[in-house]
Design a protein around this ligand. Structure first.
Ligand code: CA
Length: 222
């Protein structure tokens, strides 16, 4: 899951950036409203984490611009402004959730997962596809009833494929979803990690449409 973190406070931003990454998220961090707007115009994110008090354009300006373009990416406002009126204003401006600072990282990640469930129309906290069961809260996977130990990149590739079951994701779409900025991407990264996933799940679990991309095989449900 690729997140856009919009936060101008260096201490909060760097600790959130590191904390979210350690929870398995891909995070792009921007520090002002103008850059946030430009970034959100060209990149699709799973969720935007938006501070309100920013240099230049405020978080609410960024949110208004996003929604007026018809972009419905989930937005969670993270703000020190915790009056009831601020929260109402944030939600009524198009935010999906509002978390007053300071907050607990675990609560934030739980809210991100809850938003994803709601968007995906899922009632279960687990994601399932065929024989694969993925638990986003524990970052744990089982296949054909047995626990599978995956490295963090492998988890990220599998999560990207499970977020859009039935869809063929191209190499560049996979790279977009799994890698944020500031990352050196090895030229064979996709092939390398998909190969590892197939070895740990099964050769047929992830299919390749030649020249197009990868998708999860339709196996009978677990
Ligand atoms: Ca701020």
């Amino acid at each position: 899951m690729r997140l856009c973190l919009v936060e101008d406070d260096l201490a909060i931003g760097s600790s959130l950036h590191a904390g979210l990454r350690s929870c398995g998220f891909t995070v792009d961090w921007v520090q002002d409203g103008e850059t946030a707007e430009d970034t959100l115009r060209v990149t699709d994110y799973t969720t935007v984490l938006l501070d309100i008090g920013l240099p230049g354009k405020s978080g609410l300006d960024v949110l208004n611009a996003l929604r007026s373009r018809g972009n419905d990416t989930p937005v969670i406002i993270l703000s020190a402004r915790d009056r009831v009126a601020d929260r109402i204003n944030g939600l009524d401006s198009g935010a999906d959730d509002y978390l007053p600072k300071p907050f607990d990282l675990d609560e934030l990640t739980a809210r991100i997962r809850a938003l994803r469930r709601r968007r995906g129309g899922r009632t279960s906290t687990l994601m399932r596809h065929g024989q694969i069961v993925f638990d986003p809260a524990r970052q744990a996977v089982s296949y054909r009833g047995a626990t599978v130990s995956l490295r963090s990149r492998e988890l990220a590739f599998l999560a990207a494929l499970m977020e859009e079951p039935g869809k063929v994701l191209s190499r560049s779409q996979l790279i977009d979803r799994v890698y944020g900025w500031d990352t050196d991407i090895e030229s064979n990264a996709v092939e390398f990690h998909i190969h590892a996933l197939r070895q740990k799940l099964s050769a047929g679990a992830i299919r390749n449409m030649r020249g197009v991309g990868y998708f999860l095989a339709d196996e009978p449900a677990a």
